[in-house]
Design a protein around this ligand. Structure first.
Ligand SMILES: [Zn+2]
Length: 149
């Protein structure tokens, strides 16, 4: 199984469709469209949603539950490979969210300690640098001076 051949889930609409498939026994395209509108305040195009469902089906990630003799779908059900696929996608998004949060945290320019709330800022060579304490700021400036000497 090659990772780069895996179906791409690069937006919230698709991710949310996966959440719905994972959280319910069966879902219909109609249900998905309604939920997207309700929960995300998003008017997704039916073509877009059905297209994604079709791709999931082609991959074998979901199954159509046929409604008796009628060809109309009663809904879709997640398959075990589909469930594994969703777990992979979720863990990837997990990492993404973690990275996003981490990158928002300032760190001390000198010692790399994470700075929550109060910290010491100084403008050095026209750039604002953050430090955990004055001592780190001083040591940092000293180290710069040494390089410049
Ligand atoms: Zn520090």
């Amino acid at each position: 199984m090659s990772d780069n051949k895996e179906l791409k889930v690069q937006n919230l609409t698709k991710l949310y469709i996966l959440v719905m498939l994972k959280s319910k026994e069966t879902v219909t395209g109609y249900y998905i469209l309604e939920k997207l509108k309700q929960d995300l305040n998003k008017k997704a195009s039916p073509t877009y949603v059905y297209d994604f469902l079709k791709k999931l089906k082609v991959e074998g990630y979901i199954e159509d539950i046929a409604k008796g003799k009628s060809k109309r779908s009663k809904g879709y059900k997640l398959t075990p490979p589909g469930s594994a696929f969703i777990d992979r996608i979720f863990s990837r998004f997990d990492n993404l969210i973690e990275v996003a949060i981490q990158s928002k945290l300032e760190i001390c320019t000198l010692c790399g300690v994470k700075l929550y709330g109060k910290f010491h800022s100084e403008t050095i060579h026209g750039e604002v640098k953050n430090f955990c304490c004055k001592h780190c700021a001083k040591a940092y400036k000293n180290s710069l001076n040494k390089i410049e000497e």
